[in-house]
Design a protein around this ligand. Structure first.
Ligand code: BDR
Ligand code: CA
Length: 307
């Protein structure tokens, strides 16, 4: 099995993404590491434990970094609700947190995996950057990172920037420059990956409690976003999860991507050298097209596995 860590700020769409990965028999999910993002670290960490307990799997949760490396905290409560889990309520968790923090957990698991560890990053890249700063050798120890973040063309936190990169652009820069094999699942492709009310009816019909939660979360997203995305709910983090599960869902092209750190207007923009106007070597496999039908197949096949 492939050892993976899910680094995440749950988050409504993080929840679906985590539950997809926990169902996938290809993976040995070694840990979930929480990060501050959609809501604060106390809530994202607690939500991560709630999600693990809902899944019925035995996966440790390690608490990550609260604040972005340089910037003030921003959150996305207006998208994910005050709890971070939209309109669903899950029981308070009883499982303890892992004794190590996210940074040491990432390092420990990378060491144990002997070069095979893959990371799915679904929030600001703070934990991974801080881990790289604390353990410089880590960049040679990780197989690859699939991250949801950035965009070639779009912005949702601002007109220029996607939320995860906007929230901690300095962290993104550290990760982008690390030399680790990176796959970027950005807004250009997540906005092509939607679930409609009609399609979501199928998920409602699966007779398991995970499917019921996921279907409710997807309805929440569809309803909340209907003014901007009238076609259906946009699947940001679930597309990143699907990419890790089956990379054929995403077409990528290799580009050099930098992060804007100085300007206020374009802070966190993932500046992508599409026309190769610099001599900089590509550092990221950038998602340019996603297969919506295949995504739905992966989503359903994972969520239907629960009992
Ligand atoms: C990203 O920001 C968060 O609000 C979502 O969970 C996703 O990771 C989309 O821009
Ligand atoms: Ca997220």
């Amino acid at each position: 099995k492939i050892p993976i860590i899910i680094d995440t700020d749950p988050g409504t769409d993080d929840t679906t993404a985590i539950l997809m990965c926990l169902a996938c028999e290809k993976f040995d999910t070694r840990a979930i590491t929480s990060v501050g993002g959609n809501v604060g670290i106390e809530k994202t960490s607690n939500n991560a434990r709630k999600i693990v307990e809902l899944s019925g799997k035995d996966v440790k949760v390690a608490i990550g970094v609260k604040n972005p490396i340089v910037r003030k905290i921003v959150n996305a409560e207006f998208v994910h609700g005050v709890s971070g889990l939209g309109n669903i309520t899950l029981p308070e968790p009883v499982m303890p947190y892992y004794e190590k923090d996210a940074i040491d957990t990432i390092y420990e698991e990378a060491l144990a995996a002997d070069g095979r560890l893959k990371i799915l990053a679904l929030g600001p890249l703070t934990n991974i950057a801080v881990a790289l700063l604390k353990y410089p050798q880590l960049k040679k120890m990780i197989d690859s990172i699939v991250f949801m973040g950035g965009a070639v063309n779009l912005g949702n936190a601002t007109p220029a920037a996607e939320f995860n990169i906007y929230a901690d652009p300095e962290a993104a820069k550290i990760v982008f420059d690390s030399g680790i094999d990176l796959v970027m699942v950005g807004l250009d492709v997540t906005h092509e990956t939607i679930v409609t009310k009609e399609q979501n009816k199928r998920i409602h019909q699966y007779n398991n409690k995970v499917a019921k939660v996921v279907a409710k979360l997807i309805d929440y997203t569809i309803d909340r976003e209907s003014p901007y995305n009238p076609n259906g709910g946009v699947m940001h983090d679930p597309l990143a999860a699907a990419t890790l599960i089956d990379s054929s869902v995403l077409e990528t092209e290799d580009y050099y991507v930098d992060v804007e750190l100085k300007s206020d207007i374009t802070r966190g923009k993932t500046v992508t050298d599409v026309f190769r106007v610099t001599d900089n070597k590509p550092n990221i496999h950038v998602g340019v097209k996603s297969d919506n039908e295949k995504f739905l197949e992966i989503l359903e096949s994972m969520i239907s596995k629960y009992e």
